[in-house]
Design a protein around this ligand. Structure first.
Ligand SMILES: [Zn+2]
Ligand SMILES: [Zn+2]
Length: 168
């Protein structure tokens, strides 16, 4: 097994008094040597939990760390006293080079196309709900309480940003 480290990062602009919890899992698209297919969605959980979505087989690797930080927001737009919530996920996965049979295209050592989950608590009605972000959304995207429609957050920039530092 040859484990590669990758990162997925998000930045969500939270409206005043919204409570935020990062999801305890991350999804990424990797080239899966078990399936012999490129761009398979794999879900990574804590410890050694990683599953290839399409077929359900286990993938070597898992989620290593979740780091949260905040910074001020320069342009609040329609948000009141917003906070930029940044979350960095580090995960590792088993990479073996292969050539995809159907396309003849060689695999790549990099994770892309991620999806990150998070939970928000609405300060108006106290509803707690899970949301997620992924690259192919129309942005900026308004995240509203599903119960009272209060504006909870803005998803402004294309994300999660994905990085595989020792990409080969
Ligand atoms: Zn697979
Ligand atoms: Zn609400």
């Amino acid at each position: 097994m040859s484990l590669v480290g990758s990162k997925a990062s998000i930045c969500i602009l939270l409206n005043e008094d919204v409570v935020f919890w990062p999801g305890q899992r991350v999804e990424a698209s990797i080239d899966c040597h078990v399936c012999g297919r490129r761009d398979r969605t794999v879900e990574f959980g804590w410890g050694n939990r990683a599953t290839c979505r399409k077929t359900g087989h286990a993938v070597g690797g898992g989620l290593d760390s979740i780091a949260q930080s905040t910074r001020p927001v320069d342009d609040p737009g329609e948000l009141v006293n917003p906070t930029a919530m940044i979350v960095d996920y580090a995960f590792r996965w088993d990479y073996e080079p292969f050539t995809e049979e159907s396309s003849g295209i060689p695999s790549r050592k990099r994770a892309d196309g991620g999806r990150v989950y998070f939970t928000l608590k609405c300060p108006k009605c106290n509803t707690v709900d899970e949301f997620s972000t992924q690259q192919n959304l129309v942005r900026p995207s308004r995240i509203q309480c599903r119960h009272c429609n209060h504006l909870l957050a803005i998803d402004r920039d294309t994300q999660p940003t994905m990085e595989t530092p020792d990409q080969g």
